[in-house]
Design a protein around this ligand. Structure first.
Ligand code: SF4
Length: 413
């Protein structure tokens, strides 16, 4: 498993696979071009990256990152690659290629390359599963997943997580204050007003405390989801598309349950380890595992974090993380027009609500009956399910809601 600081990245939306990762690849490629007579760069996007790359402004982010080199971005959705989010960079002088590299976007902004191995992030945790981690905890007498993280992360991790939490809360607040239209893409049917602030206001007028909490959680998740869809800076948790779930539950805990800052910051160790286990053993990318990999993982991380914040045991944190993921198994990734608005923004709201429900189950049901499904089990089930999902349901905008709404739009013309 890699550092938690590689899971929580601060970068531009709307999609970690389509914006943060390509920008990172472009920056790495540019370092190879220094002091060489490069006249232009060509980037070819393949497979799922090409299918939804235009919608997610991958071409814009590549052009701006590669500047001042002039660049051309080519889309080849019909060419299938081993990894569905593959991009090839070629740097030219005249018609001669002076440098070429291929990168894959792994989800959450991480990249991998066989021919530029310097970009590959290294594992710092020696564990394959939560069971491995629990065995180590027993051996060392550690009582919390935070102890595990502190043993393997470097000494700046606490400071970095502090900054991450600040970014998350800033993003919620910016999103609640923002008005106007989400500048999504070329499709006029997808030009929507931002509504997070209005949802928060309506929550204030709801007399039922539970309903009011649910609407606040929804408002906070929408605030981040709408910022992400507007291409603003967000924290991947674990991805851009699912970036609203974890901040929503932590923001609610801070402002309404009056949990202290350090406990909330420390809950990122817990959320991060659960997220990292999914990333290592299945996937956190919608293009690889469907939306169960994004919103399912985000909800699982948020549920475990909430348990930690409320002082529940590791056993209950695992219960909540497993429960949240279990009920998202099979969820497809079907963004309409290839853009992170429908169903993504609303799905962040539902992810936050399910995280809260999973925390309640862990709190009140876990002491009554032992969970029969472990977190490691549900991650394996998620991988199996993701591998069996047809590509139409993995961020290609060819299945589910994306296909139905496209058909509806075409029929009504
Ligand atoms: S449907 Fe889910 S996985 Fe797909 S882009 Fe939206 S949030 Fe991400």
């Amino acid at each position: 498993m890699k550092s938690l600081t590689k899971l929580f990245r601060y970068g531009p939306g709307p999609s970690s696979s389509h914006t943060i990762a390509p920008a990172l690849a472009a920056r790495h490629f540019c370092r190879l071009l220094k002091n060489r007579p490069i006249e232009r760069v060509e980037v070819t996007l393949y497979d799922a990256l090409a299918m939804t790359g235009k919608g997610h402004h991958t071409d814009d982010i590549l052009r701006s990152t590669l500047a001042p080199y002039p660049s051309t971005i080519i889309f080849h959705p019909e060419i299938k690659t081993d990894h569905p989010l593959t991009m090839r960079f070629e740097a030219y002088q005249g018609n001669t290629v002076l440098e070429e590299k291929t990168y894959a976007s792994l989800g959450g902004g991480e990249i991998y390359s066989n021919d530029d191995p310097e970009v590959n992030e290294t594992d710092i945790y020696p564990f394959r599963s939560l069971n491995d981690i629990k065995a180590k905890m027993q051996e060392k007498g550690w009582t919390s997943l935070k102890d595990v993280a502190l043993a393997y992360e470097n000494e700046t991790v606490e400071e970095e997580l502090d900054t991450i939490l600040k970014h998350m809360f800033d993003c919620v607040e910016r999103g609640l204050m923002a008005n106007g239209i989400i500048p999504a893409n070329h499709n006029p049917a997808l030009r929507w007003n931002r509504v997070a602030g209005q949802i928060e206001k309506s929550a204030e007028n709801i007399s039922d405390d539970d309903a009011s909490r649910e609407m606040r959680l929804t408002a906070y998740a929408y605030a981040v989801g709408e910022s992400n869809a507007s291409g603003e800076m967000i924290v991947t948790a674990p991805t851009c598309g699912s970036s609203g779930v974890l901040p929503a539950v932590l923001y609610e805990s801070y402002h309404h349950d009056h949990m202290d800052w350090n406990t909330l910051r420390d809950s990122l160790y817990i959320a991060g380890i659960f997220g990292n286990l999914v990333k290592q053993n299945a996937s956190i990318a919608g293009a690889i595992g469907g939306c169960q990999a994004e919103i399912g993982t985000a909800s699982s991380m948020a549920a475990a974090a909430l348990c930690y914040v409320h002082g529940l045991s590791l056993f209950q944190q695992e219960y909540a993380a497993e429960c949240a993921m279990e009920h998202f198994l099979g969820l497809s990734c079907d963004p309409v027009d290839g853009y992170v608005m429908i169903p993504c923004i609303e799905r962040n709201g539902m992810g936050a609500l399910r995280a809260y429900d999973a925390y309640l189950y862990a709190r009140y049901i876990a002491p009554i009956r032992k969970n029969q499904v472990s977190f490691d089990n549900v991650v394996s089930a998620m991988k199996l399910t993701g591998d069996s999902l047809a590509s139409a349901y993995k961020e290609t905008a060819e299945g589910g809601l994306a296909a139905i709404l496209k058909k509806y739009e075409n029929d009504s013309r």
